[in-house]
Design a protein around this ligand. Structure first.
Ligand code: HAM
Length: 432
């Protein structure tokens, strides 16, 4: 067969490969352990859902649904989409399996999400989220719990000093509708100076304009009405109660009345954890809020809920800048062998070592190459001890061991592997 052209990955979609993949697994493990300490259980959610699910929950007019979904028709003419986020699927699955009957339900999930966005640092088309959803609780205490879980995650990952919490209240649905009308009236005065897209937005999703990057529009918006001014007393005092809980617990935050979320399902509290500087053009590592109406939008019962999701790609960037990414140790032993007889012996010895010293890690060279090339391999992989089995060692009935750290060598009798196994066990105790 002639040589074929290589196939590039799809734009904005990449594999996570060693050594990063092992680091990711360890970070995910920390997130999981910390979240389960708060009583949250894992949900493994479908990656494909009916497009309708996202259109109804995230909102038809949002950028995510309007421009960023990977959607396709199945052979049976159903429209499916790769999930752009996890909340909609989490609520749908919880309703499907009646998990909300046992209130409250506390869930977490982790996995790939897909958005057709322009890739850049901290922004990919396939990215990964760790998400947490708390269903069945309407109290501000449940929002406080989510925020204190976030704070516990940042401490566990050593990035608590790099993030700032911004919070805001969108008020109830009624507050939001009132505000929307006020904002549309305000923006209409300037429709002559707006682009076609901005004019359309005024009608479709005016709140989203508050987040605009256009300097001209930003200047106009300085005088725009603020949502907090159209909020009813109950919503204002609800938000004050959350702020009080955060103050009492010493959680630092900034109230940002212009916080805009790109998903329509939020009511009352919304929040973002932003990282200054570490994320390229993106600033938000983690975002969430309350979404009391979503269950009913999906045909379910009244079910107050709140949650958040953090982006793992962005988390790695923040941890890298903070130098807190976990170190992944290579195996501690490498068995170099020359010739088929020695290699067969090496395979058996490796099994004995793995049984005797679980966690040590034993890698065997399974191919044909010179001893020096095998030593180079072990060195490049950072493996500290090499056991050598060549024709000479076989003939003399010994196993030679070399420390790659200080160059010291020692020798063990092949008939008495106990001495070697003991020595390996001692090394483990020294470094544990
Ligand atoms: P979101 O703000 O759309 O919220 O996304 C949450 C996080 O996912 C972002 O802060 C970011 O770290 C990450 N993220 C989003 N898009 C990308 C991308 N293209 N590339 C890399 N990372 C990205 C949600 O998805 C809501 N479901 C959060 C939520 C859960 N609200 C309530 N419960």
């Amino acid at each position: 067969m002639g040589s074929q052209e290589k196939i590039a990955p799809a734009k904005g979609i990449s594999a996570i490969v060693p050594p990063d993949a092992a680091v990711w697994t360890r970070v995910e493990e920390k997130l999981r352990l910390c979240t389960e300490e708060f009583g949250y259980c894992e949900l493994r959610l479908p990656i494909l859902e009916h497009t309708e699910l996202f259109a109804r929950s995230i909102g038809e007019a949002t950028d995510i649904v309007h421009k960023e979904m990977f959607s396709f028709e199945t052979r049976g003419n159903a429209s499916l989409s790769l999930r752009p986020e996890g909340t909609a699927g989490a609520v749908r699955s919880v309703l499907e399996h009646s998990l909300a009957d046992r209130r409250p339900g506390r869930f977490w999930y982790c996995g790939p999400m897909f958005r057709y966005e322009k890739p850049q640092k901290g922004r990919a088309r396939q990215f990964h989220q760790f998400g947490v959803e708390s269903l069945g609780m309407a109290s501000v205490e449940s929002e406080y719990e989510l925020l204190s879980l976030c704070a516990a995650l940042w401490r566990a990952l050593g990035i608590e000093d790099r993030l700032e919490l911004q919070i805001a209240s969108l008020g109830s649905d009624a507050c939001r509708r009132r505000y929307r009308a006020e904002l549309v009236a305000f923006l209409q005065q300037f429709s002559d100076t707006m682009s076609e897209e901005q004019r359309q937005r005024v009608w479709q999703n005016p709140l989203r304009l508050l987040d605009s990057k256009d300097p001209k529009l930003r200047k106009l918006l300085r005088d725009a009405p603020l949502l907090k001014d159209s909020m009813k007393h109950e919503s204002v005092s609800r938000f004050a109660a959350l702020c009080q809980l955060l103050d009492d617990a010493g959680v630092r935050y900034t109230v940002n009345p212009r916080l805009v979320r790109g998903l329509d399902y939020y009511t009352h509290t919304v929040f973002e954890w932003v990282a200054a500087g570490d994320l390229g053009g993106q600033h938000t590592l983690c975002a969430g809020g309350r979404y009391d109406g979503l269950s009913q939008l999906l045909g379910g019962p009244e079910l107050p809920a709140a949650g958040f999701a953090l982006g793992l790609e962005r988390l790695m960037l923040v941890m890298q800048a903070a130098e807190t990414l976990p170190k992944v140790a290579p195996p501690r032993f490498f068995i170099a062998s020359i010739g088929p007889a020695a290699t067969r012996y090496a395979l058996g010895l490796a099994e004995e070592l793995r049984d005797r010293a679980p966690g040590a890690g034993v890698q065997v060279h399974c191919g044909e190459s010179s001893l020096s090339s095998q030593m180079r391999q072990a060195n490049a992989a950072g493996i500290p001890y090499v056991l050598m089995l060549g024709p000479e060692e076989l003939a003399d009935g010994v196993i030679r061991l070399k420390s790659m750290v200080d160059g010291q060598e020692r020798q063990f009798d092949r008939k008495n592997t106990e001495a070697l196994l003991d020595w390996v066990g001692d090394r483990l105790e020294e470094t544990d």
